[in-house]
Design a protein around this ligand. Sequence first.
Ligand code: COA
Length: 167
Amino acid sequence: MGIELRKAAVTDGMDIYEMLQELPADENGFINQAAGMRFHEYKEWLKGKVQNAEQTGIVDGWKVPATTFWLFEDGRPVGCGSVRHFLTDKLLEQGGNIGYSIRPSDRNRGLGKVLLSLLIDESRKMGIDRLLLTIHNGNTPSLHVALANGGKIEKTTEERNYVWITL
Ligand SMILES: CC(C)(COP(=O)(O)OP(=O)(O)OC[C@H]1O[C@@H](n2cnc3c(N)ncnc32)[C@H](O)[C@@H]1OP(=O)(O)O)[C@@H](O)C(=O)NCCC(=O)NCCS
């Protein structure tokens, strides 16, 4: 079966739900909104995620369209990622285009690098030509993942590395 990325869908079920319950609510700036949700709340939340991927402009004055993906290994969800379709001034400072997370029990065996590389492929298909990742200082695994995928550090502040990937 191998490794593949699937777009979040309203039909997603218990396997994705269980993975999301294993991911912290906020880990190095990666926000998992579904942490602690009940199953029916997660199903409602999924509808919003799917809608958000279909938007073209800013929603409610601030929300940028974003597409959510799940990483599957041999049919089992092992990670998730999100691609923001464009950036605002605020996201240029904090947040960037891409966020990703691997299930804690599956880390450090190369899946993070594969996940970002597949998210880059999807971003290219969406017509994005440059991706920003804002990576907290001290998040060495994520910095390694970004640099292994062609990322270039533009600047480093007291809080973050600003890494750009040209597609
Ligand atoms: C960042 C993250 C996705 C990486 O996933 P992963 O599957 O563990 O990554 P990989 O196995 O592909 O490789 C990570 C790289 O970091 C290195 N690494 C992994 N854990 C490490 C650690 N604790 N300390 C230092 N380096 C580490 C690996 O050696 C590898 O680098 P190398 O190939 O140059 O040796 C994962 O750690 C994660 O989900 N973190 C929490 C969420 C997060 O921080 N997301 C990014 C911010 S948006």
